[in-house]
Ligand binder design. Sequence first.
Ligand SMILES: [Zn+2]
Length: 306
Amino acid sequence: MAKSTSKPIATSKPSKLAKPAAENDSPEKKVSPEQGEELKEVKTTAKATPNKTKSESSEEKIEVTIEKKLVALYSLQQVDSQVDKIRIIRGELPLEVQDLEDEIAGLETRIDNFIQETVALEKSITDKKNAIRDALVLIKKYEDQQMNVRNNREYDSLTKEIEYQNLEIQLSEKRIKEYQGALELKSEEIERHQKLLQDRKNDLDIKRNELDDIVAETEKEESDLIHASEENRKFIEERLLTAYTRIRKNARNGLAVVQIERDACGGCFNKIPPQHQLDIRMHKKIIVCEYCGRILVDDGIVNIIH
Ligand SMILES: [Zn+2]
């Protein structure tokens, strides 16, 4: 039987434990429940393109051993975790940039409002100054009229008018002082907000540059990783990929494939029974943790990759 020369791309060395596919051909074999769960299919043909296959094999489909699938799954997990890491690093920055942009827009609106309030206050001051000027004109007029009154009653009436206008002037002066006080506060607020605005604009420049740098730096790495991820996926059948994606989505840290660590699942840290561990080391079935459902691999699979 032709041995497939195609292998998951993360594997640089030939598989130490590679076995002819026929040895894995036992689809009827079922695991007993105490042995833990097993992802049913044992032998399948993957959709890998046999671009590395030499003339010795003209088959269009390559039989992928369970071991190769495990290697591909573990490689896929490594690559996908790297992509996750890049996205986490980048993930915070666009949000920070967005927050700064929002804050800047808010500050600009507030400054605009302060400026409008300033204009209104200045208009009020002008109005009051005009009122004072009008009152002074009236007082002058009433004083002139007092020179030509015919009786005391007319004189007293004009005196009252003059007093009233003087009160108006005092009131206007009081208001002008209040408006000027408010104006000072407003210009202080404007100054304070403009300083804050400048600081935030500087922060935004820094964050934007940082983001641009990270995007430029990681774009190539990310697309390489995504390419590697796609290459690994070719060795894994659809059903298994769907399971992988589902487990990854539900699992913390996006880990769907984990190593046995100190006789325990590297994902949930529950102990794995010895018989179950033995099955995992055989590389003949895809075995998932009976507690968390993650796909389990042993050092053997990890060493093939590293
Ligand atoms: Zn687990």
